[in-house]
Design a protein around this ligand. Structure first.
Ligand code: ADP
Ligand code: MG
Length: 350
C-alpha cells in the first residue's frame, strides 16, 4: 500500500469507462481527459490497425468517411460483449498510452464494465489492460460506478437505483451498502433505436439510410413518450427499388412507433429488476426514485415512460454521459473503502 502511494506520485492513475459507443478516461484532479468513440480502423479483412496502431477513437472515425473502400471500422464492444479481444486490447492500449504519456511509473487502472459480462470477458479486459501497460487493474460494475459518479448514497443502508442506457447495452441495478443487490442487463441500447428506425424506413418506404443518419434523426425528433408539440423532419436516403436518392418527411409519432420494441425491452428489464428487489429496498425506492444515465436515456420522454410504468420518481443524474467515468476515478481514490466488494468479486486485493 505504501509502495502504491509512492508510485501514485509518479504515475497517472486512471478510471476508464469502456463503453460500447464511447470510451472516457478520468484522472484525479483533472477530470475527464479523454472522450472518444470506441472505434478502431483496420485494414479490411485484417486485424492490422491503420496508422501504425494509431487509428483509434476520433482519428478512426474521421478516417472512415474518407477512404471507405479499404478500411473497416470495428466497434469491438458493439453489443456489450467483447466481440473481438485483439482489437479491444489494441484500443484500450492506445487510450491508456495516450493518457499516461508523461507518467514515469505504470498506472493503476479502474475499468467500468457491464455487470452482465462473463468471467472470461472480465479476465480478457484485465489482461488487455495489463498488456496495455497498467500496473494494477481493478474492475468495477458499471452501475456501481454510475452511482458513485452521480453522488448517490450507495454506501448507505438505503436503496439507490440506476438505469444506464448505453449504445449496445442497458444496465439496471439496485444498490445498497456499497454493493449491488439486484441487477439486470440486456444487450439492447440506443444503437438498437437507430437500427429499429432503419428497418422501419426500409420496410415502409423502401428507403435505405445509414447508421449516422438514423442516429441524427433519433436525436433530433426521436421520443419515447408523446411530445407536447410533435415534430417532423425530412430524411434523405436511397430508394431500394430504383437505387436513386429520395427524400421523405417523417413525424415524431411515426418514429416513436418504430422505436416501440427496443424501448419496451428496456422497460421490461426495469420492471424485472424491481420485481426481484428485496422488499425493504423496494420500499426505499418510493422515496429515492430511480436515476437515469447513459446516452440512450437522453431520448425525449424516457423519464416519463419509465415513471408511468413503475410509478416511481425518475430523474437524470447530472451529466449522464460522464458519470460512469467520474465514478471510476472516485473509486480509484477510495480503493480501501471497496475492499470487501473487490474480495467478493474474486479479485485479489494484493
Ligand atoms: P456506451 O456507454 O455504451 O458507450 P453512451 O452512454 O455513450 O454508450 O451512449 C451512446 C448512445 O446514446 C448512442 O446510441 C447514441 O446514439 C445515444 N445518444 C447520445 N445522445 C443522445 C440524445 N441526445 N438523444 C438520444 N440518444 C442519444
Ligand atoms: Mg456506458
Amino acid at each position: 500500500m505504501i509502495l502504491d502511494t509512492v508510485f501514485g506520485w509518479f504515475s497517472v492513475d486512471m478510471g476508464i469507462d469502456l463503453g460500447t459507443c464511447n470510451t472516457l478516461v478520468c484522472v484525479r484532479n483533472e477530470g475527464i481527459v479523454l472522450n472518444e468513440p470506441s472505434v478502431v480502423a483496420v485494414r479490411k479483412g485484417t486485424n492490422i490497425v491503420l496508422n501504425d496502431g494509431e487509428a483509434v477513437g476520433l482519428v478512426a472515425r474521421e478516417m472512415l468517411g474518407k477512404t471507405p473502400g479499404s478500411i473497416t471500422a470495428i466497434r469491438p464492444l458493439k453489443d456489450g460483449v467483447i466481440s473481438d479481444f485483439e482489437i479491444t486490447e489494441k484500443m484500450l492500449g492506445y487510450f491508456i498510452r495516450k493518457v499516461h504519456g508523461r507518467g514515469l511509473v505504470r498506472p493503476r487502472v479502474v475499468i467500468a464494465v457491464p455487470s452482465g459480462i462473463t468471467a472470461v470477458e472480465r479476465r480478457a479486459v484485465i489482461d488487455s489492460a495489463e498488456r496495455a501497460g497498467a500496473r494494477r487493474v481493478f474492475l468495477v460494475d458499471e452501475p456501481m460506478a454510475a452511482g458513485i459518479g452521480a453522488g448517490l448514497p450507495i454506501t448507505e443502508p438505503t436503496a439507490s437505483m440506476i438505469v444506464d442506457i448505453g449504445g449496445g447495452t442497458s444496465e439496471v441495478a439496485i444498490m445498497s451498502l456499497a454493493d449491488i443487490s439486484t441487477c439486470e442487463s440486456i444487450r439492447i441500447g440506443g444503437d438498437d433505436f437507430d437500427e429499429a428506425l432503419i428497418s422501419h424506413l426500409k420496410r415502409t418506404y423502401n428507403l435505405l439510410i445509414g447508421e449516422p443518419r438514423a442516429e441524427q434523426v433519433k436525436i433530433q425528433i426521436g421520443s419515447a413518450a408523446p411530445l407536447e408539440q410533435e415534430l417532423t423532419m425530412e430524411i434523405a436516403g436511397r430508394d431500394t427499388i430504383s437505387g436513386l436518392p429520395r427524400k421523405i418527411v417523417i413525424t415524431s409519432e411515426e418514429i416513436r412507433e418504430a422505436l416501440r420494441e427496443p424501448i419496451a425491452a428496456i422497460i421490461e428489464t426495469v420492471m424485472q429488476t424491481l420485481e426481484k428487489a428485496e422488499p425493504e429496498l423496494a420500499a426505499d425506492l418510493i422515496e429515492n426514485g430511480m436515476h437515469l444515465c447513459g446516452g440512450g436515456s437522453l431520448l425525449r420522454g424516457m423519464e416519463t415512460i419509465l415513471s408511468n410504468a413503475t410509478g416511481l420518481k425518475v430523474v437524470h443524474v447530472e451529466d449522464p454521459l460522464s458519470c460512469v467515468a467520474r465514478g471510476t476515478s472516485v473509486y480509484l481514490e477510495n480503493l480501501e473503502l471497496w475492499k470487501d466488494t473487490l474480495d467478493q468479486t474474486g479479485y485479489s486485493w494484493e
